[in-house]
Design a protein around this ligand. Structure first.
Ligand SMILES: O=C(O)CCC(=O)C(=O)O
Ligand SMILES: [Fe+2]
Length: 228
């Protein structure tokens, strides 16, 4: 795993998995069960995704909770290891915990467990500006597809500037109105501190039937440590 880019807010690592492990993961992800992000829970709209964010799909979630703080709280996540394709990502994250600590904080102090879930973003789908705050200390995303061309879009945009409170006005929390883009380069891991505004640009028509395949999740604070 090579550190390619970092700021105080996020880090980009390349060659996260060994090449054979990355190929095995992509094969495994193709056979998981996916649902459209909307309608997964009793047909309800998933408010994280906007009306015009297209039709992303998500697969089975897992929870890596070695200390058992979250027992019973993540009913729709299987305990790690689940035997599913994303186990390889969770295992590697655990092994690299010390190297990502500047952005995640420390296991056992700042975070106690993490989730892991595969996503597929087909043509026309993306994710509007948001931050992953609340009970999250940090978030991560791993790009699992074997190929990505610049013309296919779907860049991760990360806003610069000090993350602040979360006013309802989506424009107001992008204080600096400048920032970075990260191409969803295969076998790349991005780690983002909680509260940093980010978004996914839509997959462009040039991508055709190729999907942006990722494994994403959140490093969780202890429920009692949540900021008010
Ligand atoms: O896929 C990405 O690049 C970021 C995903 C993300 O922001 C999220 O799932 O909250
Ligand atoms: Fe996010």
């Amino acid at each position: 795993m090579e550190l390619t880019w970092s700021t105080d807010d996020f880090a980009v690592f390349d060659d996260f998995l060994a090449p054979e492990a990355a190929a095995t993961l992509w094969e495994g992800l193709r056979t998981e069960d996916y649902h459209f992000v909307h309608g997964r829970r009793d047909g309800a709209w998933n408010k994280v995704y906007g009306l015009l964010d297209g039709t992303p799909l998500s697969g089975p979630g897992t929870l890596n909770d070695p200390e058992g703080h979250f027992t019973g709280r993540f009913a729709d996540h299987a305990p790690h290891p689940s035997g599913g394709a994303t186990d390889a990502v969770a295992k590697q994250l655990t092994e690299e915990a010390a190297r990502i600590e500047p952005w995640t904080g420390r296991f056992g102090t700042d975070w106690h467990a993490f989730t892991c879930r595969p996503f597929l973003y087909p043509l026309g789908s993306g994710l509007a500006w948001h931050d992953d705050s609340g009970d999250r200390a940090a978030s991560f995303v791993f790009y699992a597809h074997p190929e990505w061309q610049a013309s296919w879009g779907a860049e991760l945009l990360v806003s610069s500037g000090t993350p602040g409170a979360r006013p309802a006005d989506q424009n107001a929390h992008l204080t600096s109105r400048v920032g970075h883009y990260v191409a969803p380069h295969p076998n790349r891991l991005v780690v983002l501190r909680s509260g940093v505004p980010h978004m996914i640009k839509k997959v462009e028509p040039h991508a055709g039937d190729r999907v942006r395949g990722s494994v994403a999740g959140f490093f969780l604070r202890r429920p009692a440590d949540r900021p008010q």
